[in-house]
Design a protein around this ligand. Structure first.
Ligand code: SAM
Ligand code: GLN
Length: 285
């Protein structure tokens, strides 16, 4: 049997993904490159290039995984975040674009010329801690997660990217007791348990403990707020990502935890998804 051509395979992949993915053509192109080494330019120059049957089978296996809804990032085993290429597996959340808003909010509050102390809670793949390390080489950054496997992934990423972050296993601030920080940052799980919006799509493949946090989605945020003041220097900042409908509940939690100067940052849809607050300088913790 004649070997299939790149264009015939791309067409077949695209058809298989239509209705299953929001971006069938783009996904098919990415998977063609992953399985057969044919990028867009190569394809444009020689669309009728013959593909070996082994590579064609590999492509169809990847397409099948994508058809079930598995995120491209897990299929490829990596994802770009803040222009860093992060290795990924199903042990960690796929870093989201809105988390870059959180990184930017922290950078805007972090001087580049002094050794600030930063803690990233629930670091997952290490996305936030590593983005901050890449932008603020003088910062001392420590990152925690309760998942041993996530921490292994994060420290592997730190090594690959040659960035310095200390990793600690444990619940939120617990492994950091006795230390104080200029900035505590976290993208904790904040989805309400049983949220029907997540019964489909990429989240089905992600670790539930990275997404869900009690009936109102606020359990982790409550714990982090309650402990933050004790671990912040006076005037130090807590920066959190949260759900679009959690802003006012979060404001109450922050104020109740001696944190003030609250600021909100909107996502590209105009909804508040990141909030920052500072430890009130005269609070006697
Ligand atoms: N920071 C990464 C990012 O932004 O892509 C991952 C964020 S993910 C939404 C939340 C992370 O919190 C997961 O890696 C999960 O393992 C971790 N986590 C869940 N419960 C935790 C706990 N009690 N203490 C510390 N980390 C926890
Ligand atoms: N933004 C993610 C989602 O809705 C949730 C991430 C999180 O809980 N931190 O799928």
């Amino acid at each position: 049997m004649a070997e299939p051509t790149a264009s015939a395979l791309l067409h077949r992949a695209c058809q298989a993904l239509t209705g299953q993915s929001d971006s069938p053509r783009l996904d098919a192109e990415i998977l063609l490159q992953a399985a057969c080494g044919i990028d867009r330019t190569t394809f444009a120059c020689d669309p009728e290039k013959a593909i070996s049957s082994t590579q064609a089978r590999q492509l169809l296996t990847l397409v099948e995984r994508r058809r079930t809804g598995e995120p491209i990032a897990y299929i490829l085993g990596h994802k770009e975040f803040w222009s860093l290429d992060l290795a990924l597996s199903q042990d960690t959340l796929v870093p989201r674009p809105e988390t870059e808003i959180l990184v930017q909010a922290v950078l805007d509050a972090t001087p580049a010329d002094s050794p600030v102390d930063i803690a990233d809670l629930g670091t997952g793949s290490g996305a936030i801690a590593l983005a901050l390390a890449s932008e603020r080489p003088l910062a001392r950054i420590v990152a925690t997660d309760s998942s041993r496997r996530a921490l292994a992934q994060a420290s592997n990423n730190a090594m690959r990217l040659n960035l310095e972050v200390t990793f600690e296993l444990g619940d939120w601030l617990v492994p950091l007791q006795g230390q104080v920080f200029d900035i505590i940052v976290s993208n904790p799980p904040y989805v309400c348990e049983g949220d029907p919006a997540l019964e489909r799509g990429p989240s089905l493949f992600e670790p539930p403990e990275a997404l869900f946090s009690g009936p109102d989605g606020l359990s982790a945020i409550r714990q982090i707020c309650a402990g933050a003041s004790d671990c912040l220097k006076p005037g130090g900042m807590l920066a959190l990502e949260h759900g679009h409908d959690q802003r006012s509940a979060l404001d109450e939690l922050l104020l109740g935890a001696s944190l003030g100067s609250i600021a909100h940052f909107n996502d590209y849809a105009g909804q508040a998804r990141v909030s920052t607050a500072r430890r009130v300088a005269h609070s006697n913790h």
